[in-house]
Write a protein that binds this ligand. Structure first.
Ligand SMILES: [Zn+2]
Ligand SMILES: [Zn+2]
Ligand SMILES: [Zn+2]
Ligand SMILES: [Zn+2]
Length: 221
């Protein structure tokens, strides 16, 4: 699960661990893990011999601190591995596991917090949306959009437009009219069916996170 945020600036340190710093964005409730500076750098990094499954020796860089193993490093001579300390994949995994356990726990905490947020806001959002569709503001916007598009479906440019579709929900409840477009019944159905198709390959968490991001735009954290 990827929950780190590229655009987040409002990050708060939740926990400073042995290997990582755990951050949470106060704007979008996303989590981010940053490795502490003293990990995976000299003198923690050493050259090791890590044999492959077929017992063939390989030279790799290994962080004594966190157990991170790098890709293959070219040996200076075919026998160089004989002088390197032997570390098995299992030994490295055992060290690294402690770190990944903490990371998994952090992401579980973040996901749980987002889920709680989702539960607390989804009903409110549905209610607000249905009320909005009955409001004079929405009726006015809808009419302006249909007039702008001359009641022609902007998806097929053939049929009479009967509905107004949101191109994005990013500015819902205060949409500028370029967020809206006029469509006919049949095009509107197929647009929403395409959206359902897109989500078909997504996990439940991914769909939920998409919904949470929508809620955050409306209600804030
Ligand atoms: Zn953020
Ligand atoms: Zn390290
Ligand atoms: Zn159409
Ligand atoms: Zn629509």
């Amino acid at each position: 699960m990827e929950l780190s945020c590229e655009n987040c600036v409002n990050e708060k340190v939740i926990h400073k661990g042995k290997y990582d710093i755990f951050l949470e964005c106060q704007d979008c409730l996303k989590g981010c893990v940053k490795q502490i500076d003293s990990c995976c750098v000299s003198p923690e990094i050493i050259s090791i011999n890590m044999p492959r499954i077929d017992k063939k020796p390989t030279k790799r860089n290994f962080c004594k601190r966190c157990g991170h193993v790098s890709g293959l490093v070219k040996m200076s001579n075919p026998d160089e591995w004989k002088k390197l300390p032997l570390v098995t994949r299992e030994q490295a995994n055992e060290i690294a596991d402690e770190r990944y356990k903490k990371r998994r726990a952090f992401y579980a905490y973040i996901q749980n917090k987002r889920s709680e947020y989702f539960e607390s806001k989804k009903e409110e959002h549905t209610k607000k949306y249905h009320e909005y569709l009955k409001s004079p503001e929405w009726k006015d916007r809808r009419l302006r959009v249909l007039n702008r598009d001359k009641y022609i479906c902007q998806a097929c440019l053939i049929n009479e437009a009967t509905q107004v579709h949101h191109l994005t929900y990013d500015r819902i409840f205060k949409e500028p009219l370029f967020d809206l477009t006029s469509v006919c019944d049949s095009c509107h159905n197929s647009i929403h069916n395409i959206e359902i198709e897109i989500f078909k390959g997504s996990s439940e968490d991914q769909i939920k996170n998409y919904e949470i991001n929508k809620l955050l735009k409306v209600f804030g954290p």
